[in-house]
Design a protein around this ligand. Structure first.
Ligand SMILES: *Cc1c(COP(=O)(O)O)cnc(C)c1O
Length: 346
C-alpha cells in the first residue's frame, strides 16, 4: 500500500536532479565566503526577490529569527499577526534570545491585519512604552487558509511602516505559491519589504534551507547574527546545490499543487460529514472541518492513516491537508475515496 502523505509540503523528498546536483557541487568554506555554490544560490535568491543580497540559513525559523534580531534591539516591539507562524510556532525565539516584545493583532481570515489596527498599535514616544521597530507579514499565510497577500496590501503596510519610521519583514516561506496564485512576479510582493525569508524545503522540495534577502548592509549584519546563533556553515554548497535546482526547476510546477488542492477541496465539499470553504483554497493548503457529532478530527486522521492517507488534525474538529511534489491527481482521488469511506461510516 502506497502512503499518501498530505500532512505538509515539508515531507517532500529531493528530486533526482537535486541528488545529482548535491553529488557534483563545487564546495568551499562558506564561513570564509568561499563556497561557490552557496554564493551562487545567494545571488540567485537576491535577484529573484529584487534585493541586493541574500544569506542561506538552515530553516525558515532561523531566517525569521535572524531578521528580527538584526532589525531590533532588546526591549523593542514587533507588530505581527496572532495566527502568524512566527508568533505561534517558532518557540518564542524573538523573546527568548533577543528580548524583543511581540505585539499581536488579530489576523483576518485572509491572513491580513487591519491597517487601522496596525496604525493604532504603533507606540507613541513615551517612557512607559516599548519602542515599535518592526512589522511582520506572512505570505502565503499558513494558518489563514494558505491565503496569498496581495501586492496592494503589502505596499499599503509598507507605506504605513515608512510613515512611522518602522521596518517591514516578510515571512515568505511560501512566497512563490503566493506569486503564482496572484499571477504576479514574486518581486512585486517582496521588493518593498526591508527583509524577506523564503523556504527551499517546502513546496520547492529541497532537503534543507531557507534564504533571507535584503540590502547589502542588512545582510552583512545578518551574517553576524547568524554566526551568533551558531548558524555559520562550512561546505554548505551540499545544501545550496539542491536549492539552486529548486529555484530553477521546482517553481513552475507549484501550479500542479494548487490544482490538486482545489481538486481535494471540491471532493471534500461533496462529503456530508465534512465542511469546507472551497473558495478559500487558493494555494497548496486545504483546511476543512468535521461537521458530524459522531467523529472527531483525531479519529478521522487515525482511521485515514490505517488506509495509508496521512493528514493533520489541528483542533477538535479542524483538519489540514497540503499538496506537494510527489502527489498526483490520482493520489488525490485515492485520498478522497478514503476520506469518503471514513467520513460516511461516521
Ligand atoms: C514552515 C514555516 C516557517 C518555518 O520554516 P521551518 O523551515 O520549518 O523552520 C516559517 N513561516 C511559515 C509561514 C511557515 O509555514
Amino acid at each position: 500500500m502506497k502512503t499518501i502523505d498530505l500532512r505538509s509540503d515539508t515531507v517532500t523528498l529531493p528530486s533526482p536532479a537535486m541528488r545529482e546536483a548535491i553529488n557534483t557541487a563545487e564546495l568551499g568554506d562558506d564561513v570564509f565566503g568561499e563556497d561557490p555554490t552557496v554564493n551562487r544560490l545567494e545571488e540567485m535568491a537576491a535577484e529573484r526577490m529584487g534585493k541586493e543580497a541574500a544569506l542561506l540559513v538552515v530553516s525558515g525559523t532561523m531566517g525569521n529569527l535572524v531578521c528580527i534580531l538584526t532589525h531590533c534591539r532588546r526591549g523593542e516591539e514587533v507588530i505581527l499577526g496572532d495566527m502568524s507562524h512566527t508568533f505561534l510556532y517558532e518557540a518564542g525565539g524573538m523573546s527568548a534570545l533577543g528580548g524583543v516584545h511581540p505585539h499581536t493583532l488579530a489576523n483576518q481570515p485572509d491572513g491580513t491585519m487591519l491597517l487601522e489596527e496596525i496604525e493604532a498599535a504603533v507606540r507613541a514616544d513615551n517612557v512607559h512604552f516599548p519602542r515599535t521597530r518592526l512589522i511582520c507579514l506572512e505570505n502565503t499565510h499558513n494558518r489563514c487558509a494558505g491565503s496569498p497577500l496581495t501586492v496592494e496590501y503589502t505596499d499599503a503596510v509598507v507605506a504605513l511602516a515608512k510613515k512611522h519610521n518602522l521596518l517591514l519583514h516578510l515571512d515568505g516561506a511560501r512566497i512563490f505559491n503566493a506569486a503564482l496564485a496572484l499571477g504576479v512576479d514574486v518581486k512585486q510582493l517582496t521588493q518593498s519589504a526591508d527583509s524577506v525569508t523564503f523556504c527551499l524545503s517546502k513546496g520547492l522540495a529541497a532537503p534543507v534551507g531557507s534564504l533571507l534577502c535584503g540590502s547589502k548592509k542588512f545582510i552583512a549584519e545578518a551574517r553576524r547574527t547568524r554566526k551568533v546563533l551558531g548558524g555559520g556553515m562550512r561546505q554548505a554548497g551540499i545544501i545550496a546545490a539542491a536549492g539552486i535546482t529548486a529555484l530553477e526547476e521546482m517553481i513552475d510546477r507549484l501550479e500542479e499543487d494548487h490544482r490538486n488542492a482545489k481538486r481535494l477541496a471540491q471532493g471534500i465539499a461533496g462529503v456530508e460529514a465534512l465542511s469546507i470553504d472551497v473558495g478559500s483554497v487558493r494555494t497548496d493548503i486545504v483546511y476543512f472541518e468535521v461537521a458530524s457529532e459522531r467523529i472527531t478530527a483525531e479519529q478521522l486522521t487515525s482511521e485515514l492513516a490505517k488506509k495509508g492517507v496521512k493528514i493533520l488534525h489541528i483542533g477538535p474538529n479542524r483538519l489540514r491537508a497540503v499538496t506537494h511534489y510527489g502527489i498526483t491527481a490520482d493520489d488525490i482521488d485515492i485520498a478522497l475515496k478514503a476520506i469518503q469511506d471514513v467520513a460516511n461510516r461516521a
